[in-house]
Design a protein around this ligand. Structure first.
Ligand code: 8YV
Length: 313
């Protein structure tokens, strides 16, 4: 039997790639010197796209593939996939929910602790010999503080559970109250910021959440406030955030995601009140193996005519 042909939008770990190459003819668009020529050459036979959260699949790429049946995303966020185009053209979409929730939430807490306790600065303080000249300045406590969680989905709820164990007082913003959760619901973001000492952003990306953490929200959070973003760079107005960090109208930030990844705004590199991560919240061996398996299992189910495991509605 001939192997189905798939388009790979970006590198996958070797353990996934070797399995994909056993089952499919894999066309690696990211390695092609001329992307358009590569697409034109292979497009007629490609039946699936395997992509990653931040790479997605545009309508333009999907339109170029006349036999496309499915887009399987290595990541939970589907904001970079043109879902309306997929829906209108009967192209199925899958993602990797649940398996990454715990690790993303862990990194949210790690960034909050790192920003408040100045973990990276403290590490440098020991390494560069400053300690022998005197003690480091005092830092900010996390336990017991008021934390506003922006987006009470799977990741938001997992962050809330973790911070509740730090005796934090949790409130959240979302489109609607989650009746089954014990935290305070605040339907206005500026009000949530006003009532919070720290904010952790866990919203899904996309047009409806673009720039919702804006200058007004940051102003309401105030000079002692800390913002953590483990969602998408697009949810925060990065210009307003950098401005607030530079002018110290907020205290600090912990960021895993940015407007222009991986070439982030140079001002963030020089700011010492921000902790940076390379969009790596799900980047543990355990989670990435589970994500890759879900991508492969969804593709296998599709080509076997079996129900998809994690279809995107
Ligand atoms: C991954 C993500 O970093 O789940 C998502 O939406 O963005 C991340 O988990 C990414 O998909 C891996 O490339």
């Amino acid at each position: 039997m001939t192997k189905p042909e798939i388009l790979l939008m970006g590198p996958y770990p070797d353990w996934d790639l070797s399995d994909l190459e056993e089952r499919y003819v894999v066309h690696k668009i990211y390695a092609a010197p001329d992307r358009d020529a590569f697409l034109t050459m292979h497009a007629p036979n490609i039946r699936a796209i395997a992509t990653r959260g931040e790479l997605g699949a545009s309508a333009e790429v999907m339109k170029a593939l006349p036999r496309l049946e499915i887009v399987s995303c290595y990541g939970v966020g589907t904001d970079a996939i043109d879902l309306s185009h997929a829906r209108e053209n009967g192209i199925r979409v899958t993602n990797t929910p649940d398996v990454l929730t715990a690790d993303v939430a862990d990194l949210g807490v790690a960034l909050l602790l790192a920003a408040a306790r100045r973990v990276t600065q403290a590490d440098a303080y020991v390494r560069n010999g400053s300690w022998s000249k005197g003690n480091m300045g005092l830092v900010t406590r996390v336990c017991g503080k008021k934390v506003g969680i922006v987006g009470m989905g799977r990741v938001g709820a997992a962050v809330a559970r973790r911070l509740a164990a730090f005796d934090c007082e949790i409130a959240y913003f979302d489109l609607a109250r989650r009746e089954n959760l014990p935290y305070a619901f605040i339907s206005d973001l500026v009000e949530l910021a006003r009532q919070s000492e720290f904010m952790v952003v866990t919203l899904a990306g996309g047009d409806s959440t673009k720039g919702v953490i804006d200058a007004k929200v940051l102003e309401a959070l105030g000079a002692e406030g800390i913002v953590v973003n483990i969602s998408r760079g697009s949810t925060v107005d990065e210009t307003a955030l950098i401005d607030a960090l530079e002018r110290r109208t907020i205290k600090a930030a912990g960021l895993d995601v940015f407007w222009n990844e991986p070439n982030i705004d140079a001002r963030l590199i020089t700011l010492e009140n921000v902790v940076l991560q390379p969009h790596h919240a799900s980047g543990t061996v355990e989670t990435r193996q589970a994500m890759g398996k879900l991508v492969r299992d969804n593709l296998a189910a599709h080509f076997a005519g079996a129900p998809l495991i994690t279809p995107v509605a």
